[in-house]
Design a protein around this ligand. Structure first.
Ligand SMILES: [Zn+2]
Length: 165
């Protein structure tokens, strides 16, 4: 995919390696092997800004993961349909910036949220018009619409001058 003009989704200049096998990568084991990680984790501190990658429309927003650090800091996911793909901007704070919600039209670099105390954006990509995330359980196979975002994210980091280390 051509990523020119696309924006790295997290406000950071350096990200911890998120490739397969790091524990942060696509397909890495979760829940003692009962399921697989459906995305890539982009680590950054709580309240780091999250940006729209390109032109799109917010299609869903719902509680996603219970964060342990702050009792009321439930991590949400924001699903954006970017036309050629849908991204789950996962594990963001419940409170969204003003004017952001389901139905909002976004452009590259728009502020769409902040990271929760999970201290990462859990990033999933779907290849069609999904509006909810799909869990990847052992035995049931990789959900048909779920794509491996690794190469896309590596290219996006490179084009935005974000170091992966
Ligand atoms: Zn994750």
């Amino acid at each position: 995919m051509d990523v020119s003009g696309f924006i790295w989704p997290v406000d950071q200049s350096k990200v911890v390696r998120f490739t397969n096998g790091t524990g942060r990568g696509f397909g890495d084991r979760r829940s003692n092997g009962a399921r697989y990680h459906a995305g890539c984790d982009l680590y950054a501190p709580r309240k780091t800004k999250v940006f729209a990658v390109t032109y799109g429309r917010i299609v869903n927003y719902y509680p996603f993961y219970k964060s342990g650090t702050y009792p009321y800091d439930y991590a949400y996911c924001l699903m954006i349909n970017y036309g050629h793909f849908v991204m789950n901007h996962g594990e963001i704070l419940r409170d969204l910036p003003k004017g952001i919600g389901v139905g909002t039209i976004v452009k590259p670099g728009d502020l769409i949220g902040y990271l929760s105390s999970c201290n990462m954006q859990h990033t999933e990509i779907y290849c069609n018009t999904e509006t909810r995330n799909k869990a990847w359980y052992k035995g049931s196979g990789q959900p048909g619409t779920l794509c491996d975002p690794t190469t896309f994210l590596i290219n996006l980091a490179k084009s935005n001058g974000v170091t992966i280390a």
